[in-house]
Design a protein around this ligand. Structure first.
Ligand code: GDP
Length: 481
């Protein structure tokens, strides 16, 4: 193992240096005293670092770089207590109040909402860590006494609460592994598993395009909006159900689907199981169940077809789903189904309708809208062609020179504001660091000199000049000292 690590280090130091904030993240969570910090120390060794100059980082999370094989990643310890110097604390306090978007591009308001749902044993910073992690290491105490006391409520109640919460909100796959953070037993296997998950996200340099085989389209929406009808109309009789991956729990049915021009897609249908699940879980409301199911389907998808019903209003549920699509960085097509039920349609009423949808789902203002009727079969093919388009946009790369030209022009048109002290933000250069969703890194003199309004202006400019319809985009601002 030591040999492997050594050669890997040489390889990595020779390779392109990946900035901390672009590395995939692995969060260590669990109730107090289960050994989170011991594992963190084993994984990051001397690479412990506190990231203080990034917005949205709370003082209680420790970050450290680690690697295994040819995979680099950032480990987050949620149990760390850091004593900050007064000036460090001041900087972080300031960042916390001046920014509305976290280091991963997740709006803090969304994170607040997640925090509101957290179990009592979990600290706020653990929620934030889980929210930004690609892989979660959920640690429980495996000592013998633990097994003897397993039936004593209280000792493991916290573990169960946390695992339930993870299962409900985040994890679609659990793999148990016995390890010892102190002796290192099992940590190799753990890292193998972590890296096999991470490589699904990105390659060695972290900047590779997602190696998706068949693009997955999730069909989500409230009950009765017509999801099943759309799916059935699209795939008809010859649906081939993709069997669930063994060892995973799936609450949606995946169907493979080939378009007339031979392009393959996987459709994730969250509707089919609804009735059965609703019966099984009598007591929970169908609405909230369907939102959770939608969340899980969104996580597995590349594109989300958010189905709404022409005649009914956009509800809180629709909004929650929309928010999650944006947050997860998935491409999206808004599908207005049952368009046949709107009487006397003309151009004006369609425009009016569109304005209403745009107003209520502003968070998805970049998503195309398709009006269709599953019953009449009208415009259903548009769902697929729109999904194909937005899926391409989500993995599109913009050339560096074009990108920097767009940014230069945007700055010339409207420079960043000057501070009272006369300081002004400067962009050295911009690069597209990732796809799925397209992520642009702005290397600047001081990220704090770019207020939220200016960041939004830049995003808007990028969209008008470089496109990216149907996909969220991320702008990351990095200070270079
Ligand atoms: P799901 O719960 O979202 O899967 O919705 P279903 O596909 O089960 O549809 C709910 C109801 O809406 C059924 O009675 C369908 O016949 C009806 N429906 C679905 N699509 C349309 C449509 O385009 N127009 C009309 N008028 N009714 C529809």
């Amino acid at each position: 193992v030591r040999e492997k690590r050594k050669t890997t280090r040489d390889k990595i130091s020779a390779s392109k240096h990946i900035p901390d904030n672009l590395l995939p993240k692995v969060a260590i969570i669990g109730r107090p005293n289960v050994g989170k910090s011991a594992l963190f120390n084993r994984l990051v060794g001397g690479n412990r670092a506190i990231v203080v100059d990034e917005p949205g980082v709370t003082r209680d999370r420790l970050y450290g770089r680690s690697y295994w094989g040819n995979q680099e990643f950032m480990v987050i310890d949620t149990g760390g207590v850091i004593t900050l110097s007064k000036s460090q604390a001041g900087v972080m306090e300031e960042l916390a109040v001046t920014t509305t978007v976290g280091m991963d591009g997740i709006p803090l308001a969304t994170r607040e909402a997640a925090i509101a749902r957290m179990p009592s044993m979990i600290e706020k910073q653990a929620v934030a860590a889980v929210e930004e992690a690609a892989v979660i290491l959920f640690i429980v105490d495996g000592q013998a006494e633990w097994y003897e006391n397993i039936f004593q409520a209280g000792l493991v109640a916290a573990d169960i609460e946390i695992s339930d919460w993870l299962r409900r909100n985040y994890a679609d796959k659990f793999a148990p592994l016995p390890i010892s953070a102190i002796t290192g037993t099992g940590t190799g296997e753990l890292l193998d598993l972590v890296c096999s998950e991470l490589t699904k996200f990105e390659g060695l340099d972290g900047f590779e395009e997602e190696k998706s085989d068949v693009p997955a389209i999730a069909i989500v929406g409230r009950p009765n909006v017509g999801k099943s009808s759309i799916l059935n109309a699209l795939v008809g009789e010859d649906r081939t159900i993709v069997s669930p991956v063994s060892g995973t729990t799936r609450d949606a049915i995946d169907t493979e689907f080939t378009t007339a021009d031979g392009q393959k897609y996987k459709l994730i249908d969250t509707a089919g199981i609804r009735r059965r699940a609703a019966v099984a879980a009598a007591g929970s409301t169908t609405e909230s169940l369907s939102v959770k199911r939608a969340f899980r389907a969104i996580r597995r998808s590349d594109v989300v077809a958010l189905v709404i019903e022409a005649l009914s209003c956009i509800t809180e549920q629709d909004y929650k789903i929309a928010e999650r699509i944006e947050k997860e960085g998935k491409a999206c097509v808004i599908v207005v189904n049952k368009w046949d039920t709107i009487p006397n349609k003309n151009h004006q009423s369609t425009t009016f309708y569109e304005q209403d949808v745009r107003e209520k789902l502003r968070i998805l203002d970049w998503a195309p809208i398709v009006y269709c009727s599953a019953t009449n079969g009208t415009s259903l093919e548009k769902i697929i062609s729109a999904a194909a388009l937005v899926e391409k946009e989500r993995s599109r790369r913009l050339g560096t020179s074009i990108l920097n030209q767009v940014v230069r022009e945007a700055i010339a048109f409207k420079p960043p504001p000057r501070t009272r002290g006369g300081k002004r933000g400067r962009v050295y250069y911009t690069t597209q660091a990732a796809v799925g969703p397209p992520t642009f890194v702005f290397f600047v003199n001081d990220a704090k000199l770019f207020p939220e309004t200016y960041r939004r202006y830049m995003e808007k400019k990028l969209r008008t000049d470089a496109g990216y319809p149907g996909t969220p985009i991320r702008l990351l601002w990095r200070s270079r000292r």
